[in-house]
Design a protein around this ligand. Structure first.
Ligand SMILES: Cc1cc2nc3c(=O)[nH]c(=O)nc-3n(C[C@H](O)[C@H](O)[C@H](O)COP(=O)(O)OP(=O)(O)OC[C@H]3O[C@@H](n4cnc5c(N)ncnc54)[C@H](O)[C@@H]3O)c2cc1C
Length: 486
C-alpha cells in the first residue's frame, strides 16, 4: 500500500478533502493532471454555511476581507439573503483561484502530498485496496491505496472507470460566458430583454464578465468552446450592442445539465464535488455544495482508514450528502426555468416576485441557497444532525467558542451544565475515546445564550447528539466515534 487515501483532482474539493483527511490523521496523496493550478476565474461566491465551515478550520482570516453582498437572487429575481442567524450572512466574493491557492497551502502544510502532472487513466479494486494507473510526462505509473476519492470534476474519469451510474438530464439550454477586455457596456445584474437574458459585471481591473442567453435557443452540441464571434452575435441579438472590438480572455458555454451519481460510494471508491453532481452553476451553489461534501466525508474516511470508525459511519456520507445534492439540483432547476425561460415564464416570475416580499419566503429560500438549513438525520430527532451555531463560551481556561473548539476537527463533548459533578461523570464517560472526543466544560458567554445541555459535536460542525444534564452520551459516542478503548 503506497498511501491510505488517493484523491484524484486538486480542485477546491480535492484540496479541502485532503486537508480534512490529514486533520483526521490519514495519509493522503492527491493526483492532479494539470502541471500548474488553473487561472480561469470560475466560481466567485462562497455562501454562509461554507464560510462557517472554513471558519471552523481557521481559514476565513487568511482570505483577507472578502466583499460581502446580502443581496442575492432566486432565478434572477433580487432577494435579500436571510435565514437562521449566522456570522456570515450574505454572499462572499472570493475568486476560486484564491480559494484553491489557500486550500493547497493549508493541505500541504498539514502533510498532504500533491503530485501534479499525474493524469489518472485506470482504476481497479483488488482485494483490500484500490490501484490507480496514471501517466506523467516521464511515463506511466501506479499507486495503491485503501480508498480512492474522485474529486475530478464534472467529466470525472474516476466516476466512469469505477462504474458509477450518473442519471439525470443533458442540457437543453445554455449560456455563453466570457471575461472580455476592451469593452464598455453597462453593468447588468440579470437583465431580461424581449429576446434574452444579459448579465455584465465590470471588475476593478477593467475586465468585464459577460453572460448571455437567447430565449428559446437550444443548447448546442459542442466539441470545443464557442467562438468570440458567436458570443458577439448573441450579445447583439439580446442587447443590440456591438462588442466585436473586445478581446476575450477566456470563454465557454455552460448549460443546465442536471445529473447526480446514484451512489456516492462504490466499495473503496467515493465521489465528491462536481464528480458526484453536475448542475448549472447558478447562484454559486455548485462550488459550495462540493466543499460541504468534502467536510462531511473527510473525518469519516479518516476514521475508517484509522481503524476507529464504527460500522456504517462511512456509508452515512452517501446517506447525508446525496439528499442534499438532490435538493440543490431541484432548487437550481427551478431557478433555471425562471432565469432562462422566455415570455412564457413571465407570469410565474411575477408571482414568485410577489412571494419574495414575504420574510418567511426569503428566509426559507435564503436558507436553501446559503446551506444554513442543511440538517442530517432523522426528521423526528429534535437536535441530531443540526448545524452547530457559533456560541461564545467561557471555560475555566478562558474564552472560547464552538467555532474554535472545532478547529482540530475532532469530536467535542460540550458540557454546558456548569455542574462540577456532571463534569466528573462525563470525564469518566469520555475516557474511552482519547484523541477522538475532547470533553469541554463551559458556560455560555453572557450575550451568547445556550441551554444548560450536553452537546456532542461532530468534527464537521453538526450535532451528533444533545441531552439534558442527566442524559447519557455513551450510545451516541459509540455510534459516531466507535468502540471505546479498553
Ligand atoms: C469556466 C467555469 C466557470 C464557473 N463558474 C462558476 C460560478 O460562477 N459559480 C459556481 O458555483 N460554480 C462555477 N463553476 C463551477 C465550479 O468551478 C465547480 O463547481 C468547482 O470547481 C468544483 O470543484 P471540484 O473540485 O469538484 O472540481 P474541479 O474544480 O473541476 O476540479 C477537478 C480537478 O480534477 C482534475 N482532474 C480531472 N480529471 C483528472 C484525471 N483523470 N486525473 C487527475 N486529475 C484530474 C482537474 O484538472 C481539476 O483540477 C464554474 C466552472 C467553470 C469550468
Amino acid at each position: 500500500m503506497d498511501t491510505q487515501v488517493i484523491v484524484v483532482g486538486a480542485g477546491p474539493v480535492g484540496l479541502l478533502l485532503a486537508g480534512e483527511l490529514r486533520l483526521g490523521g490519514a495519509e493522503v496523496v492527491v493526483l492532479e493532471r494539470l502541471i500548474a493550478p488553473t487561472t480561469e476565474s470560475r466560481a466567485s461566491t462562497l455562501h454562509a454555511r461554507t464560510m462557517e465551515l472554513l471558519d471552523h478550520r481557521g481559514l476565513v482570516e487568511p482570505l483577507g476581507n472578502p466583499a460581502c453582498d446580502v443581496l442575492g437572487h432566486f432565478g434572477g429575481l433580487p432577494m435579500e439573503l436571510s435565514g437562521p442567524p449566522t456570522r456570515y450572512r450574505g454572499q462572499w466574493k472570493v475568486p476560486q483561484t484564491r480559494l484553491e491557492e489557500l486550500l493547497a497551502s493549508w493541505a500541504l502544510g498539514l502533510g498532504a502530498e500533491l503530485r501534479r502532472g499525474h493524469e489518472v487513466r485506470a482504476v481497479r479494486e483488488v482485494d483490500e485496496r484500490v490501484e490507480v494507473e496514471y501517466v506523467t510526462e516521464a511515463g506511466p505509473g501506479t499507486l495503491t491505496g485503501e480508498f480512492l476519492v474522485g474529486c475530478d470534476g464534472e467529466h470525472s474519469t474516476v466516476r466512469g472507470l469505477a462504474g458509477f451510474a450518473f442519471p439525470g438530464t443533458d442540457a437543453t439550454r445554455e449560456l455563453l460566458r466570457a471575461d472580455v477586455a476592451g469593452i464598455e457596456v453597462p453593468n447588468r445584474r440579470f437583465e431580461r430583454t424581449p429576446t434574452g437574458l444579459a448579465i455584465a459585471a465590470r471588475r476593478p481591473d477593467g475586465i468585464t464578465r459577460i453572460m448571455v442567453h437567447e430565449f428559446g435557443r437550444p443548447a448546442a452540441e459542442r466539441t470545443a468552446e464557442p467562438s468570440y464571434a458567436e458570443l458577439v452575435g448573441s450579445w447583439a441579438a439580446v442587447t443590440g450592442e456591438d462588442i466585436s472590438g473586445g478581446v476575450p480572455l477566456w470563454l465557454n458555454a455552460f448549460g443546465n445539465t442536471a445529473r447526480q451519481a446514484a451512489e456516492y460510494r462504490r466499495g473503496r471508491v467515493l465521489l465528491a464535488g462536481d464528480a458526484a453532481h453536475r448542475q448549472m452553476p447558478v447562484g454559486g451553489q455548485a462550488l459550495n455544495v462540493g466543499l460541504q461534501d468534502a467536510v462531511n466525508l473527510g473525518w469519516k474516511l479518516a476514521a475508517e482508514v484509522g481503524g476507529r470508525a464504527p460500522a456504517g459511519l462511512l456509508d452515512t456520507y452517501h446517506g447525508e450528502r446525496h439528499p442534499v445534492g438532490s435538493r440543490v439540483l431541484s432548487a437550481i432547476e427551478a431557478q433555471t426555468q425562471l432565469l432562462l425561460g422566455g415570455p412564457e415564464v413571465d407570469a410565474v416570475r411575477a408571482v414568485t416576485a410577489e412571494l419574495l416580499a414575504y420574510d418567511r419566503v426569503r428566509a426559507h429560500l435564503g436558507s436553501v441557497i446559503s446551506g444554513l438549513d442543511i440538517r442530517y438525520g432523522d426528521e423526528g430527532e429534535p437536535f441530531e444532525g443540526r448545524r452547530v451555531p457559533h456560541l461564545d463560551l467561557v471555560t475555566p481556561d478562558g474564552s472560547t467558542s464552538t467555532t474554535e473548539l472545532l478547529r482540530p476537527a475532532r469530536g467535542v463533548l460540550l458540557d454546558l451544565s456548569g455542574d462540577p459533578r456532571r463534569r466528573t461523570e462525563l470525564e469518566r464517560t469520555t475516557a474511552g475515546w482519547p484523541g477522538r472526543v475532547r470533553l469541554v466544560a463551559a458556560v455560555a458567554a453572557p450575550d451568547s445564550p445556550a441551554p444548560e445541555a450536553t452537546l456532542l459535536l461532530r468534527p464537521d460542525g453538526h450535532l451528533a447528539w444533545a441531552g439534558d444534564a442527566v442524559a447519557d452520551p455513551g450510545p451516541a459516542l459509540r455510534r459516531w466515534f466507535g468502540t471505546p478503548d479498553a
